[in-house]
Design a protein around this ligand. Structure first.
Ligand code: T4K
Length: 381
């Protein structure tokens, strides 16, 4: 089995035609308005709010700071129930707000917080649930919203992976008190680096705006010690150009996901994730679980694929609570599902320009690795 000549990475940013970007840059050059609530940022925010059907959409320099500021704007204190199966930024945003993460186990079907494991962890100090739509797959919102409302908790979504996702006919941005979207280069929709907060309470707009811009109310009045988390005009230009490409990018990724499912379906031990009914996904990630029947571990497969020039990622390994910086946090839940899933999940290459032939070849390589580790290979050889 031949390796790819050039490396195939887990993702590759999609880009608009350079000429379109250069002509947008010309506008920025002409106006000399580079940042600080510029016209392109405002235009992007208006389009994002309209497209997502939310009262407010504010753009930020990156998703991590957006989430940090969103939590701060909600005036939370004490502890927040969250998932250990996520990118570290989810918990870091709690840390920067002096909020204690309470790690709760996940659902094995969608890798999101398992609502059934949350209530037992609620104490008088709990003020919120911070859930993640992992790989863009919607959380069980009805169950989470029910728990949040019965216990008077805020419900915040780290929707870093979920831009453009719809669930039961509704934009995912409309769920909960607030959602954060990442516009990092590795995401379906990106602004080089960037992020967005979507929220339904218009009263939050002013406070978030202050926190994003040093706390300035006017030229001479600072009303809170805010930070600098503004998106600049070049980022917004990229966003506006990428918005026009969203449908076609999602369409290509849907075809890639379908091809992966076709080609992997009969490889023992490979379990493909399936979107929940009623979900219109963005197909930003394609994850598989590597289980006992495959013939080798997920880590062995990850290493073997590198020899074929295929660079997958073990999102999310280790669990957040197992990183050295969180070891001091007491974890009461043994997290049996998350502990298993973190050793099984592998994110395969996924980006709009990945050809279906290359997808097929990646699957053949996976089959070849399986055959080499099991009786299949011995019989053939
Ligand atoms: N919450 C969740 C659940 C998140 O997943 C994230 C970010 C956040 C919050 C925070 O949002 P941001 O503050 O980032 O907006 C990547 C991304 O850096 C990170 O944004 C993302 N999640 C995370 C899941 O993935 P790495 O360390 O895996 O990225 P890196 O640099 O290894 O890139 C992956 C592959 O992509 C590379 O092997 C090659 C390719 N690549 C990458 C970049 C940056 C390119 O081809 N071109 C590029 O410019 O974290």
């Amino acid at each position: 089995m031949q390796a790819f000549d050039d490396p195939i990475y887990v993702t590759r940013p999609s880009l608009p035609p350079l000429a379109d970007f250069v002509s947008g840059l010309q506008q920025i050059w002409d106006s000399r308005w580079l940042t600080n609530d510029g016209p392109l940022v405002r235009q992007l925010e208006d389009r994002l709010a309209a497209a997502q059907g939310v009262a407010g959409a504010l753009a930020f320099c990156n998703g991590t700071l957006a989430l940090q500021i969103g939590l701060q704007a909600l005036n939370l204190s004490g502890s927040v129930i969250t998932t250990p199966f996520t990118f570290v930024a989810t918990s870091h945003a709690l840390f920067w707000n002096k909020l204690q993460p309470i790690f709760s186990d996940i659902d094995p079907t969608n890798f999101n917080l398992d609502p059934a494991r949350i209530e037992e962890k609620i104490t008088p100090w709990t003020t919120a649930i911070l859930a993640v739509h992992v790989f863009g797959e919607p959380c069980d919102h009805e169950a989470l919203a029910d728990i949040a409302s019965r216990h008077n908790l805020k419900l915040i979504y780290d929707a870093a992976h979920a831009f453009g996702v719809r669930t039961r006919g509704q934009s995912i941005a409309q769920l909960g008190d607030m959602s954060m979207f990442s516009f990092h280069a590795t995401k379906v929709f990106h602004t080089f680096e960037g992020g967005m907060l979507a929220f339904s309470d218009p009263a939050l707009q002013r406070r978030l705006g202050h926190l994003r811009n040093f706390g300035f109310e006017s030229e001479v009045e600072v009303v809170m010690p805010g930070t600098n988390a503004k998106m600049n005009e070049v980022q917004a230009l990229m966003g506006l150009l990428m918005l026009d490409r969203m449908d076609s990018m999602i369409g290509s990724q849907a075809c890639i996901a379908q091809r992966y499912r076709q080609c992997l379906q009969d490889i023992p031990g490979i379990v493909c994730s399936l979107p929940a009914p009623g979900t219109e996904g963005n197909h930003g990630y394609f994850s598989i679980r590597v289980t006992g029947d495959f013939g080798c571990s997920r880590d062995d497969l990850y290493e073997s694929l590198k020899k074929f020039n295929v660079f997958t990622r073990r999102y999310f390994y280790p669990l957040v609570c197992d990183h050295s910086c969180y070891r001091a946090v007491t974890v009461h839940d043994p997290l049996p599902v998350a502990r298993r899933v973190t050793t099984e999940v592998l994110a395969l290459p996924m980006y709009p320009e990945l050809s279906l032939d290359d997808v097929q070849r990646i699957c053949e390589i996976i089959r070849h690795i399986h055959d080499g580790k099991t009786d299949n290979g011995k019989r053939d050889g």
